[in-house]
Write a protein that binds this ligand. Structure first.
Ligand code: SF4
Ligand code: ZN
Ligand code: ZN
Length: 312
């Protein structure tokens, strides 16, 4: 049996949803080509964009950095840099930051590291200690996600970025669609998009070049490319509902290959309808000046709560 692409080498990967059997070089180029196609399909970049790549130090974001670096070399007017947020999780964040530094030095990419501690005065570990005893409190991941997004937007803006590229994969996107449904946040689900429009000009436009690639394939890409990535699992990850959704979707995908793509494509048809039903007017947060639909943004409210100040 030979590779379905080149017909020359032994396959190393069987793509169950398409029936393709791929050798290592054909697998790697299929991933890079798919990212190129996704970028052009959604018009993610302009020729002179300054791209901030949000790199956590995990396999997805380091793979994205490698692929975008390869693509960007062909566009001399474009530039990219890595932006990492150190959440302050013991035994984990340090390894993540080191992996990013190593990768950037090897690829000759500039990088910047911003931390929860500098920005908010708390590490993620300190935040978890504070929220631990509060009943009905949000999960650590809810805090972590909101606080990280704000830092990325703020720092990318300060450094003159015109786009923020994140490493959300097909799996992340489909999981988020389900999470929004489960939380009753159905109208927020329209944000699950390959390119988030920046209609107000207050956010830097976010793009997700890996959004049509399954997580399993990105993990294999990182492995074949010898990318050194985060080995320590986050101690708070098990508290997230997302984990159960991930397992459920993986079981479905195993039984019915292609399910994740089917859900994603169905949602692409629903998204425009959701979007027309949501009219959120963004203003500037009264505390930090960042965009918010309420007078005080979500992250400032979280910090006030941690400081036991009045929750607005
Ligand atoms: Fe943050 Fe949750 Fe990810 Fe841990 S698993 S880094 S708490 S979002
Ligand atoms: Zn081949
Ligand atoms: Zn704010």
């Amino acid at each position: 049996m030979l590779c379905s692409f080149c017909g020359k080498r032994e396959p190393v990967f069987f793509r169950r949803y398409s029936g393709e059997k791929l050798c290592k070089p054909c697998f790697l180029s299929s991933i890079e080509n798919k990212v190129r196609k996704t970028i052009s399909k959604y018009g993610m970049f302009k020729i002179d964009d300054r791209i901030a790549v949000a790199v956590s130090g995990g396999k997805d974001s380091l793979s994205l950095l490698n692929i975008l670096h390869k693509i960007e070399k062909k566009f001399p007017k474009a530039s990219l840099f890595a932006l990492t947020v150190n959440e302050g999780i013991a035994n984990r964040s340090e390894e993540a930051v080191n992996n990013v530094k190593e990768a950037c030095e090897r690829l000759n990419i500039k990088y910047v590291v911003a931390s929860f501690k500098e920005f908010y005065g708390f590490t993620m570990d300190e935040i978890v200690k504070k929220i631990k005893d509060k009943k009905g409190e949000l999960t650590p991941c809810s805090y972590c996600g909101v606080l990280r997004r704000k830092i990325v937007n703020k720092v990318a803006k300060e450094l003159g970025a015109t786009k923020v590229a994140t490493a959300h994969t097909l799996d992340d996107e489909v999981q988020t669609i389900f999470l929004n449904f489960i939380h009753g946040d159905i109208f927020r689900a329209f944000r699950v998009a390959p390119k988030l429009e920046n209609e107000t000009g207050m956010f830097i436009q976010r793009v997700k070049p890996l959004c049509e690639i399954p997580q399993e394939e990105i993990a294999l890409y990182a492995y074949f490319k010898n990318i050194k990535f985060q080995s320590v699992e986050c101690p708070y990850a098990h508290l997230a509902l997302r984990n159960n959704i991930r397992e459920f979707l993986n079981r479905l995908e195993y039984k019915y290959p292609g399910t994740k793509y089917t859900i994603y494509r169905s949602f692409e048809k629903i998204r425009p309808l959701l979007k027309t039903s949501v009219k959120t007017e963004l203003k500037k947060c009264e505390i930090c000046g960042e965009p918010s639909s309420k007078p005080i943004c979500e992250s400032c409210n979280m910090i006030r709560k941690l400081l036991n100040q009045k929750f607005l």
